[in-house]
Design a protein around this ligand. Sequence first.
Ligand SMILES: Cc1cc2nc3c(=O)[nH]c(=O)nc-3n(C[C@H](O)[C@H](O)[C@H](O)COP(=O)(O)OP(=O)(O)OC[C@H]3O[C@@H](n4cnc5c(N)ncnc54)[C@H](O)[C@@H]3O)c2cc1C
Length: 326
Amino acid sequence: MAEILVLAEHRRGALRDVTYELLAKGREITDSGGLELSTIVLGSGCSGFAGELSNHADRVLVVDHPDLAEFNAEAYSKVLVGVIAERKPRLTLIGHTSCGVDLAPALAIKSGLPLATDCIDLSLDGGGLAVTRQVYGGKMNVEGVLREAEGHIATVRPATFEPGEPRGEPGEVVSLEYPAELELVTRFTGFVEPPPGEVDIADAEIIVGVGRGIKDEKNIPVVRELAEALKGELGCSRPIVDKGWLPKDRQVGSSGKTVKPKLYIASGISGSFQHVMGMKGSDLIVVVNKDSKAPLFGFADYGVVGDLFKVLPALTEKIREFKGSG
Ligand SMILES: Cc1cc2nc3c(=O)[nH]c(=O)nc-3n(C[C@H](O)[C@H](O)[C@H](O)COP(=O)(O)OP(=O)(O)OC[C@H]3O[C@@H](n4cnc5c(N)ncnc54)[C@H](O)[C@@H]3O)c2cc1C
């Protein structure tokens, strides 16, 4: 039976959330289209992954080799091109992560298959693939259909779909050979850890996040004062770090920290998926943004459409009053 193939992503011994999100979307598509759901894990000593993944798919394909211990786009594409040529999956799903972005275009070229990137929704459309993508910083969605082809490849934006629950009946685990003739010119040499900072915002219970809406470094105290009044920590979006206004250890997001505070107040942050990936697990999310169409409002428990330079000082004052220190 034809299948949908999900590439399992892992890093430093753990499967990444996006894998379960892709499996949930893959299951939704297979259920409506009479297809099977397979997942493929490329790794070294990865029987643990296979067992875990078998609770989410009809079939787990495993390629186990020391060259695959950590992500290597060259090795992955060389292995996957063979698997796709042989199995001809109707659709191959890959996370739109730094790994997926590195891998998918080369894989599509080598496989001769159409590719849609950064999809936020997708469904089979006859022999084609209907996809939804975002444009203008997430303010508009674009729907399109990829032409009919033997198969399609799509990268899917992380944090878009809810991860699926394990199923009662585990799928089969199938070992595939690592191609003996592979000669790699790239190799994984190691992870580079950022230098330890003063605070680890990953442990903070309250975070006030600041984004490009703050406009100037000299305005950062407006946000810092609210964080201090709440006895919380200051977090930020990446442009704030790129400009050198706050240190890297304050950055929230896919290339920064993943935080899960009880309260996350985002001020002047638009809500790129890279930022959302780092804070969507917060218990309570409050968004302050002057643009009512800012994508981050879609994740907010409470939203304030307004100027942060008016809203934040008023909030700081109220909190100080409430705590009896103002
Ligand atoms: C590989 C890669 C990795 C990345 N990793 C990360 C990451 O880890 N974390 C991250 O955050 N980003 C990351 N980014 C960048 C990301 O794509 C966005 O560019 C970034 O998150 C945007 O930051 P922002 O929301 O602060 O700025 P903008 O998108 O410019 O948004 C500023 C917001 O402020 C609002 N605003 C303006 N003035 C006011 C005001 N007076 N009052 C209230 N609101 C106001 C605006 O309406 C707007 O919504 C990454 C990008 C790439 C390509």
